[in-house]
Design a protein around this ligand. Structure first.
Ligand code: RIB
Length: 275
């Protein structure tokens, strides 16, 4: 059968190779895999279900021995029928059989919003991630947990986005037009936060005095722009390395000490928020 053939090859599916979050993750997976003598085939689904399914078929034809998935679209049934071990990172599959590595997205978001309130910001908007993604929903939930009961809260302060820079910039433009008194933006990822910064600067609003921006992820570029981005960092490299080690244990038929690993987020305070 397929699974008896030893190719020492694994697949890694990422949703967006243009987002620096994923090269960092891929680097970690590759490092660990190489250490153990495995080759990693990288597939980029572009957040498209069809591309993702096609790649899964191609990977099966190449007799991969395992798969690390950052999936946008596969259903639990589709994942359950894979013949080889699967580990999901970041975007969980609603299947008990699939081990996962994630952060607590809701708590991370709560922490980010509480931080903004502590720094004296008074009207915080949220740039939401893609509607179909659970992690985006959880980050939005976390935002709502903190602000929903505050007197200034308005549902229009949540603007939907797609985890991309352009959309972050555009959404921020619309947001500021409709709600000129917003003084802080919590973006569901760093790329949207960077887009937001561009718009805020174009409008001539000083950051962090008149407007704060907080992202989510902790990608390297956030520390290189000006002002440097305050963000809720995920341990991206560690998540990839951990998932890779879990997958190798499964391929080599060892047991896992835990099916679901929740790793810690960490607020990195930088120039886009007041001290
Ligand atoms: O940056 C894009 C998002 O995709 C990240 O926040 C990460 O959680 C992944 O799902």
């Amino acid at each position: 059968s397929l699974s008896n053939k030893k190719t020492r090859t694994i697949g890694l599916m990422v949703p967006d190779i243009m987002n620096p979050f994923f090269p960092e993750l891929a680097r970690a997976v590759e490092d660990v895999m190489q250490l153990y003598g495995y080759t990693t085939i990288l597939c980029n689904s572009d957040e498209k279900a069809e591309k993702e399914k096609q790649y899964v078929q191609v990977l099966e034809q190449k007799y991969i021995e395992g798969l690390i998935l950052v999936s946008s679209a596969l259903s639990p049934e589709e994942v359950n029928r894979f013949e080889v071990p699967v580990v999901a990172i970041d975007r969980t599959i609603a299947s008990e059989k699939v081990p996962t590595v994630t952060v607590n997205n809701r708590e991370g978001a709560q922490q980010a919003v509480r931080f903004l309130l502590d720094r004296g910001y008074r009207k915080i908007a949220h740039l939401r991630g893609p509607s179909q993604l659970l992690n985006a929903e959880e980050r939005c939930r976390g935002y709502l947990d903190i602000v929903e009961k505050l007197d200034w809260f308005h549902p229009g302060l949540i603007v939907s986005g797609d985890y991309e820079m352009k959309q972050g910039a555009k959404a921020t433009e619309e947001l500021i037009q409709k709600h000129p008194d917003v003084d802080a933006i919590f973006a569901a990822n760093d790329l949207m936060a960077i887009g937001a910064i561009r718009t805020v600067q174009k409008l001539g609003l000083p950051i962090p005095e008149k407007m704060a921006v907080v992202g989510y992820d902790g990608i390297g570029i956030g520390g290189m722009i000006l002002p440097e981005l305050t963000t809720m960092a995920q341990p991206i490299y560690d998540m990839g390395a951990l998932a890779a080690r879990m997958l190798i244990r499964m391929i080599e038929k060892h047991s896992l000490d835990s099916m679901h690993h929740e790793v810690q987020v960490q607020l990195i305070e930088r120039g886009t928020t007041r001290r």
